[in-house]
Every structure is written in structure tokens, then in C-alpha cells.
Write a protein that binds this ligand. Structure first.
Ligand SMILES: Cc1ncc(COP(=O)(O)O)c(C=O)c1O
Length: 511
């Protein structure tokens, strides 16, 4: 055994060539690290959903008196000491998706089998890029991609590709709309650029995710390309106002390019009328993209799939398994009706990726994505999907939907709570506490009260919800995407809000 790693106090954790020396040490490292994770899970994560420190305090706790990042470490540290630092400085300051009172953004707890799959994926380290860099990674992703394609309901010509998340999938979808559809509409020989991006219109609701606007900006479209259409009273985009806007824009000599629907909006979980929008898209010859980053998972449930109809009528669909498939970060997906669309948009042929045996026609995933080398994201989903089955994943979705309905029904039944909309379409509930003696309050005061109540809840550690704004008014937002929560946790949430109310009221300047 050479001494080339002897500068380290634990060369056996670096040099894996000598199994006799390193295997036991690596097993111990695995055990210690996994145990550390479980100590965090059953300690910090089950204690409270979120630590109570506000941002400046939390920052000062991590960075210390200097309040800025420390310089990179020059000398090695033993793994046990690094773990100790994790225990002291990182573990106490987490957001804890696993806490049953955690009603988060779209950040559900990951399944333990997904975490285990992630660990294996990192060990085998398949770069999912050119086939030779991750041969088995290519196949597992192909299989998972076909499961997602089937879930969305596209036929054998469909395809999908894993992404870093929903934002990347939306950017890629808008790229396809630009390079394929706009080129077709404008009769261009190649992908439109520069002046060819002017006078184009893309339609989305006021509930669309920010990434649609970001995508259009990144792709070089002028700011007025996105036409924001008011959603209905249930926060859904309907076909008729989109059809009207398209007609108006055509009349003005503009080029309607795409409709970007959202199925499971970030604010309220609202589901745009995809079948109605698909009719408009077909009639008007525009691209239909559906951002089902969250809501697409409802297709896992036979009972609840009908809540997200029409996905199969889109040209492209974003589905984000690190949302409601309970996956470890990160894993998103773009699912497309025609495999060819991805290939013709993203395919490049660098000489260093020339195939040794082109006749084998290997699947080179880099040709289907903006990204090059991608992590072996598919393995954790492949393993955990096998472990639970579609039926098991669907059961978790149904429990969340039922729990959200329970929260909304309680808000409806109790005089001091209200929810909007009264019946959730999926598993997000926006609601407000209405204290009894709020006579004479301005609307702004009630808004401020919700914000302070959320902070009081966070400090209490009893549960966690976020705050959002709907039509200018503040609401508490419960993302019921936690498969560990039960009705008792919803009861605890409402009880905690009521209990915290009096202190919040006392602090609120009622003048
Ligand atoms: C509807 C919707 N689309 C896209 C995204 C972006 O997903 P990501 O943050 O995984 O990139 C989100 C995130 O919450 C979302 O709610």
C-alpha cells in the first residue's frame, strides 16, 4: 500500500484500492453517517417543523461573530469531527419536512427508500450524459421516463427526460415551443432568433409559476410576450378568455405561440381547465404546455386521477417527482408528446462524443436536454416506485387529498376560520384565522395579523404553514403534501393558531 494519502489522518476513507484496509472503515463511516441522519430524524426533525430563529439570528448562529462565510479549510479534519460539526451547526437549523405538523411549500418528506436510492446512485456514479459515461443510468432513466410518459398518457411516440426540477422543465418546454412551433408558424428554416422573437404572445394565468416568465426572458423574448390572463374565482384558467385574447392579438397582427397551463398551482393547487385549453390550442394551432409539476402526481391515484384531466392532450408536460412523488431532491421531469421534439431542439454532436460504434445507436441523454452531465436521478424514483408500487404512491396522494379536504371542511364549519377556495381541488388549503373581536379592522390589519400568526406558529414549533397573497389579501397556506400527517395534526394546527391568537392580538397595533 502506497503512502500517497498519508497526509490524511484517515487515508483508508480515501484510498479504496485496498479492500482489507478500507472496507471496514467505510462500513463504519456509512453506519456513523446513517446513524447521524436518524439521530437528526428522531431528534430535531420530530421535535418541530422549523427552528424558531428569524433569518438574521439563524445566519449569525451559523456564521458566528464574523457573520460571513469562513475561508475554505486548508488542513484535513477527521470524519468524526466533521460529523460532530454537522450535529452542532447544521442539524439544529433545518426545515423539517418529516415533522407531521409540517404543511410546507411543495416540499414533502422524502421516502426513506428514495434516500437510499440516492445513496446508491451516488456510489455508482453514472453520469447520465453520453451513454458510455453512465451506461446503466441511461437504461434506468429510459424506464422511469417511460413510466412518467404512461402516467401522463402519451402514446409510444412520447418521451420524457429528467431535469433538476420544474423550473428547468418549464424552460425546456418553452425552448421547444420557440424552436419548433414558432419556426413552423413563421415558416422559418431554422430556430427563430433576434427579431423573429418579436410580436409573439404566450398565454398563462395570474397563478402561473414564475418560471414561465423567466423562461421567456432567458429565451430572448421581449417582456410583453407573456399575456397574463385573470383566473376565475377558483383561480383556474379557462378556455374562453384565452380564446378571446388570441383573437384580439391575431387581429392586431401578433403571433400567438403557446398556452402555458398550470395543473396544481403553487398558490392554491388550482387546476386550469386543460381540456378546454387543449380545444383552444388545437383550434388556434398554438403549443400547449401544462405545468403539472405538483398536480401531475394525482395521476398516481386511480381514485383522484380525474382531478387532473387532459394532460395527454398537451404538447409538453412538466412533472416534478421531488414534489408529490415524495422523492429526495432533486428530480424533475419534462414529458413530451413527440420524442423528436426534444431531439430536434437540443441535439448537438460534439466530436468528442462521436460514437465508437454508431451502428449501435446508443441512447445519449445529453441530446435530449439543456443539461449535459446529469446526476443519476432516476435510480431513487425507480427503486421507491418499485417498493411502493403505483398503488402505494397513489394511496399517499389520496390521504393528502383527504386531509386537505378535512382542513377545508373544518375551516368551513368553524366561525373563526375561512378557507379559499372552500373546497380544495388537490391538497393545498389557503385559509385565515378570523379573531372574534376584529370589528373596525382594516383589510390590511387582518393581513398583518395572518403574517404575525404564521411567525408565532413558527416560533412555537407546533406546526408550520407558509403565507401567500391571493387577490391582494394575505392567507395562511397549508401544502398538505406530507404523507406522515394525520387529522390529529390538522387539529393540532388549528388549536395552536387559536391559542397563539391572543398574544398576537396583544402585540398588534390596533390603533
Ligand atoms: C407549479 C410549479 N411549477 C414549477 C415549479 C418549480 O419547481 P422547482 O422549484 O422544482 O424547479 C414549482 C415550484 O414550486 C411549482 O409550484
Amino acid at each position: 500500500m502506497s503512502d500517497r494519502f498519508d497526509w490524511s489522518s484517515e487515508p483508508e476513507l480515501i484510498d479504496v484500492r485496498d479492500e482489507g484496509r478500507s472496507r471496514a472503515a467505510l462500513e463504519a463511516l456509512g453506519e456513523q453517517t446513517w446513524r447521524e441522519a436518524l439521530d437528526w430524524l428522531y431528534g430535531e426533525a420530530m421535535r418541530r417543523p422549523m427552528h424558531g430563529q428569524a433569518y438574521p439570528e439563524s445566519r449569525a448562529s451559523f456564521f458566528g461573530a464574523a457573520n460571513r462565510p469562513a475561508p475554505a479549510p486548508i488542513s484535513p479534519t477527521r470524519w468524526s469531527e466533521v460529523l460532530e460539526e454537522f450535529r452542532e451547526r447544521v442539524a439544529p437549523a433545518t426545515f423539517n419536512a418529516q415533522h407531521p405538523g409540517s404543511f410546507s411549500y411543495f416540499t414533502p418528506p422524502p421516502l426513506p427508500s428514495s434516500i437510499a436510492g440516492e445513496v446508491l446512485a451516488q456510489w455508482i456514479h453514472q453520469g447520465v450524459d453520453v451513454w458510455h459515461a453512465g451506461p446503466i443510468g441511461a437504461f434506468v432513466e429510459e424506464e422511469v421516463a417511460s413510466w412518467l410518459r404512461d402516467l401522463v398518457g402519451f402514446g409510444p411516440d412520447g418521451w420524457s427526460v429528467l431535469t433538476s426540477g420544474g423550473v428547468m422543465a418549464n424552460v425546456m418546454a418553452m425552448t421547444m415551443a420557440r424552436d419548433i412551433w414558432l419556426a413552423k408558424l413563421r415558416g422559418l428554416p431554422g430556430p427563430p432568433r433576434g427579431a423573429a422573437l418579436e410580436g409573439v404572445r404566450v398565454y398563462a394565468s395570474d397563478q402561473t409559476h414564475f418560471s414561465i416568465a423567466r423562461a421567456l426572458g432567458v429565451l430572448g423574448f421581449p417582456d410583453d410576450t407573456l399575456v397574463v390572463i385573470e383566473s376565475d374565482e377558483q383561480f383556474r384558467l379557462q378556455g374562453p378568455p384565452v380564446a378571446e385574447a388570441i383573437e384580439r392579438d391575431r387581429g392586431a397582427g401578433l403571433t400567438p405561440l403557446a398556452i402555458a397551463a398550470v395543473v396544481g398551482s403553487t398558490n392554491t393547487g388550482s387546476v386550469d381547465d386543460t381540456p378546454g385549453l387543449a380545444d383552444v390550442a388545437e383550434r388556434e394551432d398554438v403549443w400547449l404546455h401544462v405545468d403539472a409539476a405538483y398536480g401531475g402526481a394525482a395521476r398516481l391515484s386511480r381514485r383522484d386521477a380525474h382531478r387532473v384531466p387532459g394532460l395527454e392532450r398537451a404538447d409538453s408536460v412538466t412533472v416534478d417527482p421531488h414534489k408529490w412523488f415524495f422523492q429526495a431532491y432533486d428530480i424533475g421531469a419534462l414529458v413530451v408528446r413527440r420524442r423528436e421534439d426534444l431531439l430536434s431542439t437540443f441535439h448537438r454532436a460534439p466530436e468528442y462524443y462521436a460514437s465508437n460504434r454508431p451502428e449501435d445507436e446508443p441512447l445519449n441523454w445529453y441530446q435530449y436536454s439543456i443539461e449535459g452531465t446529469r446526476r443519476f436521478r432516476a435510480l431513487k424514483l425507480w427503486m421507491s416506485w418499485k417498493q411502493l408500487g403505483t398503488a402505494g404512491l397513489g394511496a399517499l396522494i389520496e390521504q393528502n387529498d383527504d386531509l386537505a379536504a378535512y382542513l377545508a371542511a373544518r375551516c368551513e364549519a368553524e366561525p373563526d376560520f375561512e378557507s379559499v377556495p372552500a373546497v380544495p381541488e388537490l391538497s393545498v388549503v389557503c385559509f385565515r384565522h378570523l379573531p372574534a373581536d376584529r370589528e373596525g379592522w382594516s383589510a390590511g390589519m387582518l393581513d398583518e395579523y395572518q403574517v404575525r400568526l404564521q411567525r408565532a406558529l413558527e416560533i412555537s414549533g407546533e406546526a408550520w404553514v407558509s403565507v401567500t397573497t391571493l387577490r391582494g389579501r394575505r392567507f395562511l397556506r397549508a401544502g398538505v403534501v406530507n404523507y406522515l400527517s394525520t387529522e390529529a395534526d390538522i387539529d393540532r394546527l388549528l388549536a395552536a393558531l387559536r391559542r397563539l391568537s391572543s398574544d398576537v392580538l396583544a402585540d398588534l397595533d390596533l390603533g
